[in-house]
Design a binder for this molecule. Structure first.
Ligand SMILES: [Zn+2]
Length: 391
């Protein structure tokens, strides 16, 4: 046992030494710039394990005091439902409960939070932590196109078309089933309806074919709310390949890069796929969910997430900016959504100044840093809203 401790010690020390302490200039820019993070999984956790996010909540990655400390202005609250919840017929109820939870968070502390329904309302709410809502998985729409309007009216401003499995709308990047070969016929209608209403189409999680179908159909830019670049994880389809990143940018869209180590590490992304394949095989062989859960726990323990630093995120920013231009790269951390598997210096919403420091050190201008932190996303959202209702 002691040998393990000794072996781990140098790693810990490296972590301490490398963790960039943000300069006063980086802290100032993080406070001053509009930081828009398009993916924070707080709502799911609010339902599972309620905490008061208006006050410091160290066991989570997003709360009000740390959002302020990090300079975070508009964290998109992810209204997430899983493929399993869809199959169990629970997606509709769970999504609505999560929307209620976000609305009640804003209502309980109106001096701290404000729901954000339009990019036009950003200026008047500066100083508060603004809460736009995105729906991760279109499953709660069911097969009723009218529900797109329903969720727009409830405040949803982006929809990730699917999640871990193919659904009624689109194929998922997590599986090889290719049910629709991209978007379903219903999914094509959903995309058109989202364009009409001004809901952003989010292509994170969907298969490559589905991204291509979306780009063929949509007449406004799209986003990837939380994705990495497949260049860094060549076998992991969840990250975007170069050609699709270029195609998204060409349509005016933006790729919001994630901080989770699985998005950053080739090794971890391969292990993740291996784990999922083994779990799928167990399910097929009729193993109980208890056995599958136990396997997952044991696998995760045997394959711990790598120790990474902000540099891994910065490498993706650099690569992305070279590939598609600085107007098409942003951030979608996935805080509260990756079981704490994050770079050691990007652990919660108080750490955006670390990213800003890194961008400054890599020579990005203040104007470009502002674009990456939120300017690009607000431009795209504004464009989509301006074109809504024009058809
Ligand atoms: Zn996700």
């Amino acid at each position: 046992m002691r040998r393990y401790v000794l072996a781990l010690l140098p790693l810990c020390l490296v972590g301490v030494v490398h963790a960039a302490e943000p300069s006063a200039a980086a802290r100032k820019l993080a406070q001053d710039a509009l930081i828009v993070d398009t993916h924070i999984d707080a709502p799911e956790n609010l339902i599972g394990d309620w905490n008061d996010l208006t006050v410091l909540t160290p066991k989570r990655e997003f709360d009000y005091p740390r959002a302020k400390e990090g300079g975070l202005d508009a964290p998109w609250m992810s209204i997430f439902t899983s493929a399993e919840e869809d199959k169990d017929g629970k997606a509709w109820t769970i999504a609505n409960l999560q929307i209620d939870a976000v609305r009640s968070l804003a209502a309980r502390a109106p001096e701290k939070f404000a729901l954000l329904l339009s990019p036009k309302d950003v200026e008047k709410n500066v100083g508060k932590v603004m809460l736009p809502m995105g729906m991760e998985n279109g499953a709660p729409i069911g097969d009723d196109l009218g529900k797109v309007q329903f969720f727009f009216d409830r405040g949803i401003r982006y929809i990730t078309l699917c999640h871990g499995e193919d659904n009624r709308i689109a194929d998922s990047s997590y599986v090889e089933t290719h049910t629709w070969g991209g978007l379903s016929p219903f999914g094509e209608k959903v995309v058109a309806e989202m364009n009409r209403l001004g809901i952003i189409v989010d292509v994170s999680h969907v298969s490559d074919d589905a991204v291509r179908d979306v780009l063929r159909l949509t007449d406004v830019p799209v986003i990837a709310s939380h994705s990495g670049l497949r260049h860094f994880t060549p076998t992991w389809n969840r990250n975007l390949p170069d050609d699709l990143a270029v195609a998204i940018a060409k349509e005016g869209g933006v790729i919001q890069l994630s901080f989770g180590t699985v998005f950053l590490s080739d090794k971890q992304s391969r292990e993740w796929s291996d784990k999922r394949a083994q779990m799928a095989a167990m399910k097929k062989a009729g193993k109980s969910s208890g056995e599958i859960d136990a396997f997952e726990k044991q696998f995760t323990k045997a394959h711990p997430a790598p120790v990474l630093h902000v540099d891994s995120v910065l490498d993706q920013v650099d690569y992305g900016v070279k590939l598609v231009g600085v107007d098409h790269i942003g951030i979608g951390s996935d805080f509260d959504g990756v079981s704490g598997e994050l770079p050691v210096d990007l652990k919660s919403v108080k750490d955006y100044p670390v990213l800003v420091e890194g961008l400054m050190q890599r020579g990005y201008s203040e104007a470009d840093i502002r674009k990456i932190l939120g300017g690009n996303l607000l431009r795209v959202w504004g464009e989509i809203e301006a074109k809504a209702g024009k058809k």
